[in-house]
Every structure is written in C-alpha cells, then in structure tokens.
Design a protein around this ligand. Sequence first.
Ligand code: CTP
Length: 217
Amino acid sequence: MRVLITAGPTYEPLDPVRFLGNHSTGKMGYALAEAFAETGAEVALISGPTSLPDPASSRILTTRVQTAAEMYAAAAAAARLADVWVFAAAVADYRPAEVATQKIKKSGERLTLELVKNVDIAFELGKIKRAEQFSVGFALETEDEQAHALGKLARKNFDLIVLNSLRDAGAGFRYDTNQVTLLEADGRVTAFGLKSKTSVALDIVGVVLDRLAARHV
Ligand code: CTP
C-alpha cells in the first residue's frame, strides 16, 4: 500500500526575512506516517517547515517544502500512485500578493498587506480521486464543528474527515495529545477520547485499513 501524507504548516514569504505561517507542529501528520509505515505501507510524507527530524523508517520518504504551492506540486506528483491520501497539513489559505525582493523597511504607523488565495491542495486532488483511492482530511473547528466538517468532507471529496475541536482541552495545535471524531461519507461517526497523537494515529490507521478491507470483501 502507498500512502501520501501532507503535514505541518506552510510558510508564505513576505520578503527575504519574513513569512506568514501558523502554529502547526506537524506532529499529527508525522505520527500518521509512522503508524502507516508500521503496517508495511510505503509513505510519501510531504512536510512543511517543522522542528521534527525526518522519520527514521526506510518506508517513509520525506520531502520538505515551504509554501502551499510547493506542497501542492509535491503532493500532486505523489497522489496518482498512492492508495490513501491524508491531508494533515495546516496549509495557509492566503499568501502575500507580492514577495518583496528586499527586506520591507519600517515606515508609517500602519502597513497593509494584500493577500491572494492559495491553492486548496485537498480540493484540487479531490477532483481527480479514483474510486479505489481513499482520502482523509482534517478539520479544526471552533463552532458548529460537525456541520463544518461534513461540509468539507463533501466539498473536498474525502472518504473520512478527522474533526478536532478547539473547545476540547488538550486537542489541536501545540499539544502532544488530541481528541478526535471521525466522520465518514456514509454517515458513520466514531468518537475517541483524549489520547496521545501516536495513539490517535493508530486509531485513524485502524479505521482506514478496516474501510479499505471492507471494500474488497
Ligand atoms: N487543505 C489543503 N489545502 C488548503 C487548505 C486546506 O489541503 N489550501 C486541507 C487540510 O489539510 C485539511 C482540510 O483541507 O485536511 C481542511 O482544512 P481547513 O483549513 O479546515 O479547510 P478550509 O477549506 O481552509 O476551511 P476554513 O474556511 O475553515 O479555513
């Protein structure tokens, strides 16, 4: 089995020394890469900038990228060959309209930045997903969690979406733990308790393998 995983944040440059980014650590995506590799899968891990070392497993090929555009190019190249896609990255939705070639100098009391939309990696790849491919998305929501997650599941052609709510203590960015609910295209809902991201990854991999096995019965 081949698995494509996006992980971590993206950094969108503003000038040679600054970027727009977010607090994603990449831990959830890396834990998923390790968990899939443990099952014998070959994993293409496309990672934004993180402080994590490349996973040691010889089954995980890590590609480092900075921007959403670079992540899309690397993910698109791996997607065709992969049986399972996991979009765990916190991709910046917008990037600066222009990247200054020199450091932007301080001037005036206000600075207005113009941003333009980035490619939605999961949405674009969702359009070319084949029937036998299985796509997993993530949703971090703060309100109307299930409704928003189900909207993303349909829009991005996911088979399963991992919902974590910022309302749950210990879930989401910067923690080593996560509390997730898995929502599936067929209406199934599976809620898990608060646990380490390593355990959450094993739960997700277990469900994905179960659903793939059920397709072949
Ligand atoms: N995603 C992606 N490329 C993007 C944005 C999001 O691949 N440019 C993926 C994420 O990796 C995640 C899913 O899409 O699996 C949902 O991400 P999220 O940021 O919650 O979705 P958005 O469509 O950006 O919605 P929101 O308006 O809530 O930001």
